[in-house]
Design a protein around this ligand. Sequence first.
Ligand SMILES: C[S@@+](CC[C@H](N)C(=O)[O-])C[C@H]1O[C@@H](n2cnc3c(N)ncnc32)[C@H](O)[C@@H]1O
Length: 291
Amino acid sequence: MGEGMREKDAAMAPVVKWAGGKRQLLETILERIPEYGTYYEPFVGGGAVLFGLQPEKAVINDSNGELINLYRVIKEQPGELLACLKEHQEKNSRDYFYEIRALDRDLEQFASLSPARRAARMVYLNKTCYNGLFRVNRAGEFNTPWGRYKNPSIVNEEAIRAISRYLNEARVLILCGDYRESFKGIRKDAFVYLDPPYMPLSASSSFTGYTAAGFGRQEQIELKRQCDLLNRRGIRFLLSNSCSPFIEDLYKEYRIERVSARRAVNARGDGRGAVQELLIRNYDCPASQRL
Ligand SMILES: C[S@@+](CC[C@H](N)C(=O)[O-])C[C@H]1O[C@@H](n2cnc3c(N)ncnc32)[C@H](O)[C@@H]1O
């Protein structure tokens, strides 16, 4: 797949738990990815698909600035990040969690933290907060409560080192912004995997709080319009979304498959178990894969 110059590194794995993380569906997704020139992942999140695929040439993006800062720090300052994480591991307690969580309440103070400190804060909160849910309120403040884990594993040195090597050796452009911006200059041989915030199946399951902006019905309709634009240009895309009648209807002219996924991170924490998701694409999979 891809240009295939680099050997896959099995140590590469997400360093944050992310709502909608794709670990459970990874093989199903990977086997549907065709040959491509540049891989695009405009909603990269925890990066399970990126790290599973390890493309030689990629453009990754997310609108969550803390997450993208983390990837940039992993690339450029893995040693500093690991040192900060070890400090968090040693000091971890309920009070310490709330102290670190409160750092974004004072914007001036928050802006004065080094990129490595901010990245370590993000990983630390992610590993110790309730259910691993990165959630911010309208003011952009992290507001998930403490998770009461006895021995959370905060420092995954092997994965951080492996991702750092990958981001330095491959040609990966790391962007932070709206997904549409990342399509600028996209070429016909690109392949785009889209994993947007999902369309909620019910009002109580609505989780779109990765960033202060949210992602509702209008954004889903706009995303479909963007997929149509890619399609018209002959650019292949694969899109994940929830198994909602609205989404099935919206994409009815494309190939839609229902696949089963096990979900571990969910807004209410009680949504564990198998759920169906949709995989929507605008291309035929290679004949050998008979999908
Ligand atoms: C379902 S998650 C992606 C999950 C990810 N693929 C994984 O495996 O962990 C959706 C992501 O989209 C990001 N996002 C939300 N609105 C966005 C926008 N308008 N442009 C780009 N990214 C956005 C969120 O910050 C979140 O990380």
